[in-house]
Design a protein around this ligand. Structure first.
Ligand SMILES: C[S@@+](CC[C@H](N)C(=O)[O-])C[C@H]1O[C@@H](n2cnc3c(N)ncnc32)[C@H](O)[C@@H]1O
Length: 304
């Protein structure tokens, strides 16, 4: 408990106790995006089909260690076939092992095709028996500009909520959000979302969003929506693929009670451990790269 296990999660997960974990929050390596510098890392497969098979295998074992009413919160982003997707990682000279990859293999796709990896993984997991309960959009309001002129700049990733069974632990109260009002043109609502030429989406009279189905309860809060606006936070340590704490916190709050165990089989810098420590949960991490071990210790030193 509250421990990082170093090694391939496909070897370590089978050593964990059955039904010992309440909630899994994780971000596996994205397909062909980064080289974490370790043999048998996931994400370097020759085809996306092999990548998906590996992810499904990992989550089959995750299912065994998950309690019957447990949930998985799986963060994944997409990429384009035949494009370099590595971003600015190589600027950090200290971290030679975590370099961007030059090209995503086509693997049966056309160059420039969006691979659709998150959904392909989600459907493969669903076919493998998981309940695919929700696609949460993580909207990143502060993404870097992309050098593209024939599509919009990508500013979102997915978090899939998966469960083992039809009924599962989910504390909706814990993640309720304040009711917000939306300024806009109510014609777009009356016309079923259609707005006509000359009407600007945001320029007309103020309307309140508390229309049917969007009523605040007595506390002025409402059920959390499935688009989460969370800026990316450059993590200061030597790991460039860390997800923001603000993304993990709602998953932990809704997916567990105090004292429960949260697992991250692709632990990286230990964001999940930090969220668990903040919220009085226990945690368990697995990562294949021993170089990342000091990172979570630095993060958790703040709680000592
Ligand atoms: C996207 S990063 C996770 C970052 C993490 N969420 C954080 O906030 O720092 C993916 C991690 O998976 C690890 N990894 C890759 N293949 C693995 C495998 N087979 N078993 C366990 N960890 C693996 C990499 O070393 C990397 O740290």
């Amino acid at each position: 408990m509250n421990n990082l296990l170093i090694g391939d999660c496909r070897n370590i997960l089978p050593t964990l106790e059955t039904k010992s974990v309440q909630c899994v929050v994780t971000s596996p390596p994205y397909y062909n995006l980064r080289d974490y510098g370790v043999t048998s890392q996931i994400g370097q497969e020759a085809t996306y089909q092999e990548y998906i098979e590996n992810i499904v295998d990992v989550f089959r074992e995750v299912k065994r260690v998950l309690k019957d009413d447990g949930t998985v919160w799986l963060n994944l982003g997409d990429s384009y076939a035949g494009s370099g997707q590595g971003g600015n990682l190589s600027k950090n000279k200290k971290l030679k092992s975590m370099t961007p990859l030059k090209r995503t293999p086509l693997a049966g796709l056309k160059k420039k095709d969006l691979i659709g990896i998150p959904w392909r993984v989600a459907f493969a997991l669903q076919e493998d028996g998981w309940y695919l309960r929700q696609d949460i959009i993580w909207h990143k309001p502060n993404v870097m500009p992309e050098a593209v002129k024939d599509r919009c700049t990508k500013s979102h990733e997915y978090i899939f909520l998966l469960s083992k069974h039809k009924n599962y632990y989910f504390d909706a109260e814990a993640i309720k959000e304040p009711v917000v009002s939306i300024k806009g043109n109510n014609k777009i609502f009356r016309n079923g979302g259609v707005y006509t030429k000359g009407q600007s989406y945001f320029n007309s009279k103020k309307i309140e969003a508390e229309t049917h189905g969007n009523k605040p309860n007595e506390s002025g809060k409402r059920n959390k929506r499935d688009v989460w606006i969370i800026p990316t936070h450059p993590y200061k340590g030597a790991h460039f693929a860390a997800f923001p704490l603000g993304l993990v916190i709602p998953c932990v709050l809704a997916g567990s009670r105090e004292g429960d165990v949260i697992l991250d089989p692709f632990f990286g810098s230990g964001t999940v451990a930090e969220a668990a420590a903040l919220l009085n949960r226990n945690w368990l991490g697995i990562d294949i790269n021993p170089d990342y071990e000091p990172l979570y210790k630095q993060r958790l030193a703040l709680f000592a």
